[in-house]
Design a protein around this ligand. Structure first.
Ligand code: MBD
Ligand code: FE
Length: 282
């Protein structure tokens, strides 16, 4: 559990590890053949060996890498590091057999079992939740264009400061998280606030690596969604904002042109955006 009051790498990294462990405990271990283990692990090792040879990696650098790997584990940052730097390629492979709305990475901050909300809903938020109000509407359909009634939009996103509830101790549990259920025509209307871009915590091992490499630690502002309906293949995705900072240089390489919203500003200063989801049958 997290005890300090300001979000830190240690706090968010460690809770992401706990959330990941909890999600894995529901999965039975699947039997993987020794042939498969050998093929994939050998390919990974071959890549490491090639990098060492090609770049004449020294003993000093090897020991520094070992120290950093130890720190990633101790800081609980394996979910953060792997989801930022590796998951996009796993998603790319999964997408080869996926139709309908484009997917994107899950990331480290999903929490299951959030409250179910009606088709027209306001996400749970603080009384004076900071940020520009955002109304997000649309329809869930199947590949033939039929509306999907009773589909679930499991939605979560960062707040106006770029922090996720459950991973930043100053935020109430469940803030800006919910499962919105579509109406008889597959429609939904979700009221929330515009999220801020997300910065990888700079005080942990992942952040230290990014600094050491001279990269930037930012993801563009985004909404996370898992859209699911019985008899259909669930889609894990993210939606971004046209013109948003870091849209063309996401540190997690998880943007796709099909996943960019272009919200219209309303006379009252709030934002309104529409997006339709297309699910394929399972
Ligand atoms: C995030 O908010 C995120 O979505 C991903 C993929 C990685 C780190 C932070
Ligand atoms: Fe995110």
């Amino acid at each position: 559990t997290v005890t300090d009051q300001s979000p830190s790498a240690k706090g968010s990294g460690a809770s992401a590890t706990e959330a990941f462990r909890a999600s894995r405990s529901r999965h039975a271990d699947t039997g993987v053949s020794s042939e498969r283990v050998s093929t994939v692990v050998q390919a990974v090792l071959d890549g490491v060996h090639a990098a060492i040879r090609d770049h004449k990696v020294s003993y000093d650098e090897f020991q520094a890498a070992k120290q950093w790997l130890i720190e990633v584990g101790e800081g609980g940052e394996w979910p953060l590091f792997l989801d930022v730097f590796v998951e996009h390629t796993v998603e790319e492979v999964a997408a080869e057999s996926q139709h309908g709305t484009k997917g994107s990475i899950l990331g480290p901050y999903y929490l299951p079992d959030q409250p179910k909300l009606p088709s027209v809903a306001r996400l749970p938020m603080r009384p004076d939740e900071p940020g520009t109000p955002l109304v997000f509407t649309g329809q869930v359909r199947d590949l033939d264009g039929n509306p999907v009634a009773g589909a679930e939009l499991d939605i979560w996103h960062a707040d106006n400061d770029g922090y996720y509830s459950g991973f930043a101790p100053h935020l109430p549990d469940g803030n800006l998280r919910g499962v919105v259920v579509t109406d008889g025509e597959g429609r939904f209307e979700i009221s929330t606030v515009q999220p801020a871009p997300y910065q990888i915590p700079t005080d942990g091992p992942t952040g230290k690596l990014i600094t050491a490499a001279g990269w930037h630690p930012w993801r563009p502002a985004h909404l996370h969604l898992i859209v699911r309906a019985s008899g259909h293949r669930p889609i894990t995705t993210q939606l971004y904002f046209q013109g948003g900072e870091w849209l063309d240089s996401d540190v997690a390489k998880a943007t796709k042109p099909e996943l960019v919203l272009d919200p219209r500003e309303q006379p009252d200063g709030s934002l309104r955006s529409e997006y339709d989801f297309v699910l394929e049958r399972a």
